[in-house]
Design a protein around this ligand. Structure first.
Ligand SMILES: Cc1cc2nc3c(=O)[nH]c(=O)nc-3n(C[C@H](O)[C@H](O)[C@H](O)COP(=O)(O)OP(=O)(O)OC[C@H]3O[C@@H](n4cnc5c(N)ncnc54)[C@H](O)[C@@H]3O)c2cc1C
Length: 285
């Protein structure tokens, strides 16, 4: 297992903001995850889990406790017919590519997402009216005690961008059932989704994805846009001019800048529409 002290976290997030982790770990096996989590619980030490860092805003201080990162290790995935089994650190982008090659449908929505399987299940990520819950069979989870447990989807409360994780445990593996389809159809859907994403989202900028969840029946981005907030800035943090539900780091944005911008947007949307925007972005502090 890789273990580092005072690891700099900003480069591990897609928005490029964050302090350091006093104790940083990259586990290479499930038993290492079990030891890390079990020991942290015994020591009453906090644990923060990082996947691709693509929906995270990390405080710019020295984080106490343990930061456990999935990505480079525990990233294997295998197919057996229409079943996919993936470790938590598996790259969604690589899975989408392999699904296209095999003519397996179910992950087309994820084209262009810089995420891991663990992070995608924890966020119940999705797009275009689908989410990862639609194809999930089960997850293998390391609980606070350090014990490992397999939980089937029907026993999990997964809803729009919401799951019991990471509070309920650390996802180490998941299985999915996909649909066998014509390879060209899958490829074309992936291309279409990726094109749409490139047209509508600031993919070449540093961001942490959608900042707010869509309120029922509304689009957070459309509300923020209609309130005239595109381009609003706090320091180097700015509401994207391309997609109003993205905050981009124009260079030197700080944690506090992003928080101030979030509060200004919430305040304005509450005043204009009497809607309280709920954060999708996960804040680690
Ligand atoms: C350009 C861009 C576009 C995006 N578009 C979309 C989109 O269309 N739809 C969408 O849903 N999201 C989107 N996102 C947001 C993001 O990609 C997803 O939320 C993704 O699922 C996060 O995965 P991650 O591996 O990066 O997780 P992280 O951001 O690292 O973590 C997110 C949360 O999951 C927890 N977590 C991570 N790994 C585990 C694990 N193994 N076990 C338990 N908990 C864990 C973390 O503690 C944190 O609470 C976008 C982001 C970007 C930058």
């Amino acid at each position: 297992m890789r273990q580092t002290e005072d690891k700099v976290l900003a480069p591990l997030t897609t928005i490029g903001i964050g302090g350091t982790a006093q104790q940083y770990y990259e586990p290479e096996s499930i038993s290492e995850v079990q030891n890390l989590i079990g020991q942290a619980t015994a020591l009453k030490s906090r644990v923060h889990i990082l996947g691709g860092g693509s929906n995270l805003l990390v405080q710019e201080k020295r984080l106490s406790g343990r930061v456990v990162k999935f990505g480079e290790h525990l990233s294997r995935f295998d197919f057996a017919g229409k079943h996919l089994r993936a470790q938590a650190g598996a790259s969604l982008a690589k899975i989408v590519t392999e699904c296209a090659r095999r003519g397996l449908s179910g992950f087309e929505w994820a084209a262009g997402l810089p995420a891991t399987i663990g992070g995608a299940v924890a966020m119940n990520a999705g797009a275009f009216e689908t989410s990862i819950a639609d194809v999930l069979d089960w997850v293998r989870v390391v609980e606070k005690s350090g014990d490992c447990r397999k939980i089937s989807r029907r026993d999990l409360q997964l809803s729009y961008r919401s799951s019991p994780f990471p509070e309920a445990g650390v996802i180490v593996e998941a299985q999915f059932t996909l649909e066998v389809r014509n390879t060209e159809v899958v490829r074309e859907n992936i291309r279409k989704n990726h094109r749409l994403r490139r047209q509508t989202q600031p993919l070449s900028e540093k961001s942490a994805g959608s900042v707010f969840k869509n309120p029922p029946g509304e689009s957070a981005g459309a509300l923020i846009d209609a309130a005239g907030l595109k381009g609003l800035r706090e320091g180097d943090a700015m509401i994207s001019k391309k997609h109003a539900n993205f905050i981009i780091n124009c260079g030197g944005a700080r944690f506090a800048d992003v928080l101030r911008l979030i509060e200004r947007v919430r305040h304005r949307i509450s005043n204009y529409y009497d809607i309280d925007l709920e954060l999708e972005l996960q804040i680690i502090k």
